[in-house]
Design a protein around this ligand. Structure first.
Ligand code: FPP
Length: 241
């Protein structure tokens, strides 16, 4: 399939919810003689492009892993850069994304973010909440284990009796409450790790791992990932009937 010359046939079984671990921005930057900041910026441009593709391909929800709880270990300059990028996307790109029908949501702990960014995220969520074409969950200051810990803390605060604690109940205490679990997780730049991403929700997700660095992950490869997903036989631990 060539992006420039071919069209992309309708997918029979597009995944509803795709999670993306956008890895390789730093290595892409190094390979292209650019700064890490420019690498993350190129990654952000690529995410915006992928949102258009997602609408075209029939995907309903994207969860993008933009800043993990572990990312606080990076240099201050890189952390500030990532915060700035998110702020700029909300300031400069959200109106256009909203026009296309994108609804912004956030997964993670907002409390540790600077108040300006926190307010912008909340305003962005509010201003796009009626959009229905595509839901974009931005996992920002997100960690799967800390998500489970905060869920358990709130279950205890709510004094839920042990016999009422079920998988369904815990799911309602996760940041993704009310959302479908991811069907497919895409991880770029060749690492075979979950990296604390949606570890509760991805119990039955299919994985697509590619050596491509995130900024180079294009429409053709996205289509390939989605069509491979459509061919997989998902048994959820059961046997073929
Ligand atoms: C991993 O690449 C990427 C990140 C830690 C950040 C990804 C964030 C963005 C693309 C910004 C997204 C912004 C919005 C608005 C959702 P890496 O730095 O670990 O790359 P490396 O492993 O090659 O060094």
């Amino acid at each position: 399939m060539n992006e420039l010359t071919d069209s992309f046939p309708l997918l029979e079984y597009p995944p509803q919810h795709v999670g993306i671990i956008m890895d390789g921005n730093g290595r892409w930057a190094e390979a292209n003689g650019k700064s890490r900041y420019q690498g993350h910026q190129a990654g952000t441009d690529n995410l915006e492009r992928l949102l258009d593709d997602s609408i075209e391909f029939g995907v309903k929800m994207i969860t993008a892993y933009a800043f993990s709880t572990e990312n606080w270990r990076r240099s201050t300059i890189e952390i500030k850069g990532l915060m700035k990028i998110l702020e700029r996307v909300i300031d400069n790109r959200l109106v256009e994304l909203s026009r296309k029908g994108v609804q912004l949501r956030h997964l993670g702990d907002l409390e540790k973010l600077e108040s300006t960014l926190r307010k912008k995220i909340l305003q962005g969520i509010e201003s796009t909440r009626h959009n229905e074409k595509l839901i974009l969950n931005v996992a920002f200051n997100y960690g799967g284990r800390s998500e489970i810990v905060q869920a358990v803390q709130r279950v205890i605060q709510d004094k839920i009796p042990p016999e009422q604690i079920t998988e369904e109940l815990l799911s309602r205490y996760m940041y993704t409450a009310g959302s479908p679990d991811p069907d497919l997780i895409i991880r770029t730049s060749g690492e075979f790790r979950t990296s604390n991403f949606l570890i509760w929700q991805a119990a039955y997700a299919e994985y697509y791992v590619t050596p491509t660095y995130w900024p180079d992950f294009n429409k053709t490869e996205y289509y390939r990932a989605l069509s491979e997903f459509g061919k997989r036989d998902r048994r959820y631990g059961g046997r073929k009937g």
